[in-house]
Design a protein around this ligand. Sequence first.
Ligand code: NAP
Ligand code: NAG
Ligand code: NAG
Ligand code: NAG
Ligand code: NAG
Length: 328
Amino acid sequence: MLSRALVGFALLLHVNCKLAPVVTLNDGNLMPAFGLGTWLGTTPSGSLAPVENDEVQRAVEVAIDAGYRHIDTAAIYSTEEQVGLAVRNKIKQGVIKREDIFITTKLWNDHHAREDVPKGLDSSLRKLGMEYVDLYLIHFPIGTYPNMTDDHTDYLDTWRSMIELKERGLTRSVGVSNFNVAMLERLTAETGVVPAVLQVEISLTIQQPSLLAYCRAHNISVVGYTPFGTLFLHNKTAPPPRVDSPELVAIAQRHNKTVPQIVLRYVYELGVTPIPKSVKKSRIEQNLDIFDFELSEEERQQLSSYDQNYRSLDLSLWKHHPYYPFEQ
Ligand SMILES: NC(=O)c1ccc[n+]([C@@H]2O[C@H](COP(=O)([O-])OP(=O)(O)OC[C@H]3O[C@@H](n4cnc5c(N)ncnc54)[C@H](OP(=O)(O)O)[C@@H]3O)[C@@H](O)[C@H]2O)c1
Ligand SMILES: *[C@@H]1O[C@H](CO)[C@@H](O)[C@H](O)[C@H]1NC(C)=O
Ligand SMILES: *[C@@H]1O[C@H](CO)[C@@H](O)[C@H](O)[C@H]1NC(C)=O
Ligand SMILES: *[C@@H]1O[C@H](CO)[C@@H](O)[C@H](O)[C@H]1NC(C)=O
Ligand SMILES: *[C@@H]1O[C@H](CO)[C@@H](O)[C@H](O)[C@H]1NC(C)=O
């Protein structure tokens, strides 16, 4: 009787804690197709927002309880310690095992030299308190020294060092972020190792159809950052749509969902793994709740119409760098 009640309770918990679908990467590893971002963004003056309290740790704990099994961090975010604490707490509490959760971190631009790459991962692993990560990404093809001058290390050398880290078991998979098609082709042609993942900006204003087609054809799994794009901006000069756009509100009402959920579902239906960031419990829970409905062809067409190759993340300070990846 008691055990039946416990089973019932466990089932109930399971129903309340719906997990995202999983994709198989080109190296055979599995990646949950939805994750939590942990970058706190920039201040109005453009510098990195300081990490001042334990809000990221609390967000990651809430996310794991809600069913997130994929967390995105990076050395430059200064949130690796908090991600690590949260994950280790949830392991201690018996909510997850290490192998149930997919942890991504990223090599910063000041560690591109071949001998610095292992130091970058070693530092991240120590901060996370983990023996391995699931995915290690080159954050940008652009090298910069700590004094912010350009480092012209070829990203191909950086990539060779990444491959060695995978062979040593310190990361299960390796990939890149903010690379363009020509750069992806060069990595593959020169090393024979196709990145398992490309992480790039994907939102309504930058849907990158040709980049996605290339990745689909080469079995590179795309993770989409800044999925909300300009949705919450008050700045009138940034392109539409906004969260109160009547077209988006109509789609949301039709599905009894919120506009942010519609945007995340659309990104997911493009074949992309969204990694929205939130530190607020209700939003963390809401954002994951997109796996019980589908957009219609007409709705997808409406949503595709906002694409105008507009980046929210302005990287033009590196425009002069020989490995600047973008057209503008
Ligand atoms: N590889 C790269 O170069 C790169 C670049 C940028 C980002 N990333 C990764 O991608 C993640 C996501 O991108 P992002 O943080 O730039 O932008 P984002 O996830 O598109 O947007 C985050 C913003 O949306 C708010 N928000 C989240 N859910 C909401 C909801 N349901 N309703 C209303 N507001 C909501 C958040 O505020 P609250 O927290 O207050 O809820 C936060 O201000 C980052 O955290 C990072 O992990 C990677
Ligand atoms: C990608 O490669 C993996 C590993 O070989 C394979 O299991 C998966 O089906 C491939 N996915 C696609 C979309 O081709
Ligand atoms: C910046 O650092 C690099 C690498 O240590 C060094 O070669 C270069 O001279 C430095 N530049 C300036 C302006 O300090
Ligand atoms: C508003 O957006 C435009 C276009 O993206 C940008 O050039 C401008 O700097 C933004 N202004 C503010 C105050 O964020
Ligand atoms: C609409 O969504 C809300 C929030 O998820 C839920 O509580 C409510 O039951 C839903 N209503 C219908 C008619 O499905």
